[in-house]
Design a protein around this ligand. Structure first.
Ligand SMILES: NC(=O)c1ccc[n+]([C@@H]2O[C@H](COP(=O)([O-])OP(=O)(O)OC[C@H]3O[C@@H](n4cnc5c(N)ncnc54)[C@H](O)[C@@H]3O)[C@@H](O)[C@H]2O)c1
Ligand SMILES: O=c1ccn([C@@H]2O[C@H](COP(=O)(O)OP(=O)(O)O[C@H]3O[C@H](CO)[C@@H](O)[C@H](O)[C@H]3O)[C@@H](O)[C@H]2O)c(=O)[nH]1
Length: 459
């Protein structure tokens, strides 16, 4: 099928950047991104591209170049579905918070709503592309909804999982390691492959069956997260021996079979994907009675929770076993650098623990707005919104955030933290002045020379 018009349902961290790059690389295809969230669409349409709802290096430039030409953002979902030959479903698939599979399975209600919406309004044949991360065999459910409309409209379903990482989304999209397309219909697969072929070499476009494609996405995330839990497990052992986790990571990473990437010990991984997708994998394995498989992958999450808790426990015990009434400055709130996304950020859980110990928390993050910090904490429902308001303060100037603090906790590896005037910071803090570097970004010897009591992960 020749594709002239694409619709993407879901203007989020995946839909926005992915479609912007598809539009840039395919100027003859009209791409419309739709969403039920009016505020989000309005922000995508803001004349000032620095106000886009998502911060990603390079994104604003591409939106400025393509928006209004062949890239459009709209809330008119039905119209966009009707007009397009190809529809991407890129809505959120969070962990279920209710009913069967609560806390484990992926909640597919948004995906199902999209399928029903497409089934209801489509009057011409469509290729429907699963861009969201979905459990194995979800395409089957979408197919069943679409094929039972009673009309003679034909639907082909493809799985095309996205592998971009936030903070590097545009570079990942422009230079993907691979593009994965799972499907039954060769012509539908080639229609989608042609769109990517505008900039991705053919040998990097993999074609598989639908289920391999769906499972590959969950597996890739499980393997990546497993590496982090593995190095984090070793970091704890390093802290009890004379070993240094950075040196260990470097030494093992030079083995070409292991490789150097994704071996940074940390306060634990965050983000909207790793935990959700592994829990989903565990749930699927258990639902087939594969308990050994489920237990194996679940350990990646257990270790990650342990790592976050260990960080806050260590902070409290180092501060003479109490943080009550003490000011703890948290540098960074996003789950990683170069994004304004805070979903599952370790900072939220560390702050919550410290607040339960009656600490006063001062937060500075270069990209996360103040109201997001409060909404993340309020969402946990550990204490009243008023208490969170009283105990937590947010700052737009890092030097103000750290003033009179008993300790600094580095939660995100923002590059700017390395460039701060740490002598100035030291002189403005309470003494002894502690730094808990959850990202191993500062130089221990330099911090000790300034006078800080410096501790990091696995050193
Ligand atoms: N964030 C990432 O880095 C990343 C990377 C790869 C894959 N994924 C997967 O991609 C999917 C989307 O993730 P995201 O981070 O973009 O989510 P997101 O929450 O940022 O965006 C999803 C958007 O879908 C909209 N939406 C929900 N239901 C809708 C409906 N029925 N009609 C129209 N709009 C609807 C929401 O309003 C929201 O704006 C998830 O399955 C996720 O696992 C995410
Ligand atoms: O060596 C490392 C690498 C990462 N992290 C942490 O791990 C989390 C996730 O980081 P990253 O994977 O870079 O970002 P995401 O945007 O979550 O991307 C992951 O999740 C996406 C959603 O499925 C996938 O598309 C990507 O391929 C996959 O990397 C963050 O908290 C990082 O700080 C570490 O602690 N140590």
């Amino acid at each position: 099928m020749k594709i002239n018009k694409i619709c993407c349902i879901g203007a989020g961290y995946v839909g926005g950047p992915t479609m912007a790059v598809i539009a840039k690389k395919n100027p003859n295809i009209q791409v419309t991104i739709v969403d039920i969230n009016e505020e989000r669409i309005a922000a995508w349409n803001d004349e000032d591209v620095s106000k886009l709802p998502i911060y990603e290096p390079g994104l604003a430039e591409i939106v400025a170049e393509t928006r209004g030409k062949n890239l459009f953002f709209s809330t008119e979902i039905d119209k966009a579905i009707k007009e397009s030959e190809m529809i991407f479903i890129s809505v959120n698939t969070p962990t279920k918070t209710y009913g069967k599979g609560k806390g484990m399975a992926a909640d597919l209600k948004y995906v199902e709503l999209c399928a029903r919406n497409i089934a209801e309004v489509a009057t011409t044949d469509k290729i429907v592309v699963e861009k969201s991360t979905l459990p194995v065999r979800t395409a089957q459910a979408i197919k069943s909804i679409l094929h039972n409309t009673g009309s003679d409209v034909k639907f082909e379903i493809l799985s095309n999982p996205e592998f971009l990482a936030e903070g590097t989304a545009i570079q990942d999209l422009l230079h993907p390691d691979r593009v994965l397309i799972g499907g039954e219909s060769e012509s539908a697969i080639e229609s989608l492959a042609n769109i990517y072929a505008s900039w991705v070499p053919q040998e990097k476009i993999l074609r598989t069956n639908v289920w391999s494609s769906e499972l590959s996405k969950l597996t890739a995330n499980a393997f990546l997260a497993q590496r982090i839990s593995s190095i984090n497990a070793i970091s704890e052992l390093c802290e009890h021996t004379e070993a240094n986790v950075n040196e260990v990571a470097r030494a093992i990473g030079m083995d070409s079979r292991i490789g150097p990437k994704f071996l940074n010990a940390s306060i634990g991984f965050g983000g909207s994907c790793f935990q959700k997708d592994i829990l989903n994998l565990v749930y699927i394995a258990r639902s087939y009675g594969l308990n050994a498989v489920a237990d194996y992958w679940e350990q990646v999450i257990i270790l990650n929770d342990h790592q976050k808790r260990r960080f806050s426990d260590n902070l409290i015990s180092t501060l003479y076993n109490t943080v009550s009434g003490k000011k703890i400055a948290m540098l960074g709130w996003a789950f990683k650098k170069d994004t304004n996304d805070t979903r599952e950020s370790a900072a939220i859980y560390v702050a919550d623990h410290l607040l339960s110990e009656q600490a006063n928390i001062a937060v500075y993050d270069p990209k996360v707005p103040s109201k997001k910090v409060y909404s993340d904490l309020n969402y946990l429902e550990t204490r009243s919104e008023e208490e969170n308001k009283n105990l937590v303060a947010t700052f737009s100037d890092p030097y103000e955030a750290v003033k009179d603090a008993h300790a600094i906790a580095i939660m995100t590896e923002w590059d700017e933290f390395k460039t701060y005037d740490w002598e100035k910071i030291y002189s403005s803090m309470k003494k002894p002045a502690f730094i808990f570097d959850g990202r191993n970004i500062l130089d221990k010897a330099e911090m000790n020379t300034i006078g800080f009591e410096y501790s990091s992960i696995g050193q």
